[in-house]
Ligand binder design. Structure first.
Ligand SMILES: [Zn+2]
Length: 454
């Protein structure tokens, strides 16, 4: 595989022009476009919780989700977790049973190679690894990143930047502009959160993108005014609010996806688009079933937009999966053999909104919660909420526990787990994806199907 090298000034220069030419005509099942959708932290429980929540209760059976008919297998999301005596990684032993983070898992998808946890498209020895996104661009295709997190967050960043540590947000933002091909940034469409990473005291990338011909949108109305093929949309200082907590000025993931497809589809050579439902992971880290359902609703709506597009075009490969599961979420707990979505239907806000609203005011937590939920709180629930006092963590835990008890949801960790995640594929080349795939094998297959001449 080819590599990118970093020239002085932080500008990445491709060394693989000759090797990446169009060459022989592509096989008949080569898709023109690839849309890769990642539900960050989305395991089977997160999917099933949303399926049960979204179900029409007037029908006898639980209704399938848009992607359910396209499930072809699952993904084992392992990366290189090192057991190191030294910080410099000398004498490290690879832990074969360690689980991944978003950075190394997205690297596996973007490059087809395993790397160390925390790294973004950079090898264990520190070399930049070329991504499918970059090669697609050198072959004349367009590229896009859409996410509900800040755009410099690990999953989108793995496709278009190369850093040793996922926390290097400013470096990642710089590389979105400096990682260029033919004198233009590699990425044509950037839609998501993270204005603070792009507009900083030391560098204003928003102006740089604007001067380079990108249309810039900083709210939902401005996004709807855009018309061109080069877009930069930043709708929050960091990650977007959870879907159920957003105001009218923040677009949904589906709306951003629709805009990205419209922009990218202008290129007859095709495109590669990453769409991430980023905050399924964050809600799962919070062990918040309300947050999970809010973010799954946002993600599945984007999936519907993508599948409608792909069915209409007939030349677009759609791959939907996760980078890992988060939270060890379980449906059913305490020896109860059912899960109950009803208390979630009609909830107005997630705990991510409820807790700051409570802390900013002077009314009891139970009153703030009562205004956001469609059910009457019991006296026992009210006193459990009041027992948290005005402590932020205790208040958050009390609210999430209330929903866990009502819905029979369990959690085993505030972190990631190693369970396999679902894999759904639609479109030309889809038969190449099946069984339990390692995350880097999925990345290689994606590469082989989309860029057979690489
Ligand atoms: Zn996570």
């Amino acid at each position: 595989m080819n590599h990118l090298t970093r020239a002085c000034g932080g500008v990445l220069i491709c060394l693989f022009l000759a090797a990446c030419g169009p060459g022989a005509p592509p096989p008949a099942d080569t898709p023109r476009n690839v849309i890769f959708l990642l539900g960050d932290g989305m395991g089977y429980a997160q999917v099933k919780a949303y399926r049960m929540y979204a179900d029409d209760p007037s029908t006898e059976l639980v209704d399938p989700l848009a992607m359910d008919g396209y499930q072809v297998g699952s993904v084992s999301t392992d990366s290189i977790r090192l057991d190191c005596a030294q910080k410099d990684e000398s004498g490290c032993i690879r832990d074969p049973y360690g689980f991944t983070d978003s950075a190394s898992s997205a690297t596996a998808y973007a490059t087809g190679q395993d790397t160390v946890v925390g790294r973004l498209s950079m090898s264990p020895s520190g070399e930049a690894i070329t991504t499918i996104f970059e090669v697609a661009r050198t072959q004349g295709k367009s590229t896009g990143l859409v996410a509900t997190s800040e755009l410099t967050h690990a999953s989108p960043a793995a496709f278009c930047s190369h850093v040793a540590d996922r926390e290097q947000a400013s470096d990642i933002a710089d590389q979105y502009f400096d990682n260029q091909w033919n004198g233009e940034p590699m990425v044509d469409v950037l839609l998501g959160g993270g204005l603070d990473d792009m507009r900083r005291d030391d560098r204003d990338l928003v102006s740089e993108f604007r001067e380079a011909g990108y249309e810039v949108a900083l709210n939902r109305a401005e996004l709807y005014e855009t018309q061109g093929g080069h877009l930069l949309g930043l709708f929050a200082p960091a990650g977007l609010p959870r879907a159920w907590d957003r105001g009218d000025d923040v677009p949904s993931l589906a709306e951003m996806t629709e805009k990205a497809l419209h922009a990218l589809d202008r290129n007859p050579q095709g495109f590669f688009l990453l769409v991430e439902g980023s905050e399924v992971d964050w809600a799962s880290h919070d062990n918040s079933v309300v947050g999970v359902v809010s973010e799954m609703e946002d993600f599945v709506a984007a999936i519907r937009v993508v599948l409608d597009f792909a069915r209409h075009k007939g030349d677009t490969l759609v791959v939907i999966t996760a980078d890992h599961e988060t939270g060890g979420m379980s449906l059913g707990r305490d020896d109860i053999y059912r899960w109950n979505p009803r208390p979630l239907r009609g909830v107005k806000h997630t705990p991510k909104w409820i807790i700051p609203a409570f802390l900013a005011g002077d009314v009891p937590l139970s009153s703030v919660v009562a205004k956001s939920v469609p059910f009457e709180l019991t006296e026992a629930e009210k006193s459990q909420l009041e027992a948290a006092g005005r402590n932020e963590t205790a208040a958050r835990l009390a609210v999430t526990a209330l929903f866990d008890r009502r819905t029979f949801t369990g959690w085993s960790t505030p972190g990631h787990t190693g369970v396999d995640v679902p894999l759904y594929v639609y479109g030309p080349g889809s038969e190449r994806f099946h069984g339990v795939m390692q995350n880097e094998a999925l990345g290689r297959t994606l590469w082989d199907v989309f860029l057979p001449s690489h």
